[in-house]
Ligand binder design. Structure first.
Ligand SMILES: [Zn+2]
Length: 333
């Protein structure tokens, strides 16, 4: 039998245990109820979520329909354009060069020479040329890359050597300086001098490519100088080449950007001078894209000069006498 002094601690311990267990049980029940509550959202909130989802789906459907309509419009306008190309292209305005020829919109899409060139005998596939070249980058010579050029003094006695000198000035609309800094420091002086020097002697000529600069200069000169510019353009002493807003990069740009800046420049020329370019001039883009030639042909240009091509490729073309060529796109039929 326990003594009364022993019974008390046992009772206290028992009560403590019961209290702890019931406290634990209570907490457990509360937690379960909470979980249950969080799983079941109120009916109002569910409806709200559903209607928000429905709105999003409706919006997506609207966008999809808009997109379908846009694609259909584009397809229709392309078909119309193709039909007008098939008819033979339209005449263009004057270029302003001495041999100003009516530009033709060209024969896009597709290259008329493609059929003749299908056997590959008359064409050069640049990817094949790349396989031929070692690209070993030798140094020295008249050109870099070890291209020694030698000639005899009497080589052109019978048939004179034709040398084309093209006075030009390439102005980057922003490179080491900003567009405005270049304009203030250099560009406006070049164009002012051009106007003076060409007016002094009718044999002098000059070409200009970047319409962004030309339009800025134009907006700052008086009507008398503008008349002089129009006269020089008409006489073929001054020629606007390519006519893009910039001399566009061709390596990284999306074709839409190439086209966009071309339209900007051509529209400016049309609006202020009534001329359109017939020759392309791309002497600074780091590499050249056949897409650009395709777009220029579509814009009515007849020919173009390109410059930044690997020395090894230039040397190869010079040796093969194929530096003058018609550039066909590899995807063209
Ligand atoms: Zn440049």
């Amino acid at each position: 039998m326990m003594k009364r002094s022993q019974l008390l601690p046992v009772l206290v311990g028992g009560v403590f245990c019961v209290a702890v267990v019931s406290l634990y049980r209570m907490l457990e029940l509360m937690q379960r109820a909470e979980l249950k509550q969080s799983k079941v959202k109120p009916a109002g909130q569910v409806d709200e979520d559903l209607s928000r989802l429905q709105l999003k789906i409706d919006k997506l459907e609207r966008l999809l329909n808009d997109n379908n309509r846009l694609v259909a419009t584009l397809r229709d306008s392309l078909l119309l354009r193709k039909a007008s190309w098939d008819k033979g292209g339209q005449g263009g305005g004057v270029n302003g060069s001495s041999n100003s020829v009516l530009s033709r919109a060209g024969t896009l899409p597709g290259c008329r020479l493609a059929e003749k060139m299908k056997d590959g005998k008359n064409g050069v596939q640049l990817l094949d040329v790349y396989d031929l070249l070692p690209f070993d980058n030798p140094d020295g010579g008249a050109w870099k890359q070890g291209f020694d050029i030698s000639y005899l003094d009497n080589m052109w006695d019978d048939q004179p050597l034709e040398v084309f000198v093209v006075p030009h000035s390439h102005n980057d609309p922003g490179w080491l300086k900003t567009f405005d800094s270049y304009y203030e420091d250099q560009t406006k002086h070049i164009l002012n001098n051009m106007l003076i020097k060409l007016s002094e002697d009718s044999r002098r000529k000059m070409i200009w490519a970047e319409i962004s600069y030309f339009s800025k200069w134009w907006s700052g000169i008086d009507e008398q100088k503008r008349d002089a510019v129009r006269r020089l353009l008409g006489a073929g002493q001054l020629e606007l080449v390519t006519g893009g807003w910039v001399m566009a990069d061709e390596a990284n740009s999306h074709y839409f950007a190439l086209l966009d800046q071309l339209m900007e420049g051509h529209q400016w020329m049309q609006r202020h001078l009534g001329v359109r370019p017939s020759s392309g001039w791309a002497i600074d883009p780091f590499g050249h894209s056949p897409s650009m030639t395709y777009l220029l042909k579509g814009a009515g240009l007849q020919d173009m000069v390109i410059q930044r091509v690997h020395y090894a490729v230039k040397k190869h073309f010079a040796q093969q006498q194929t530096l003058e060529f018609l550039w066909r796109q590899s995807w063209d039929s």
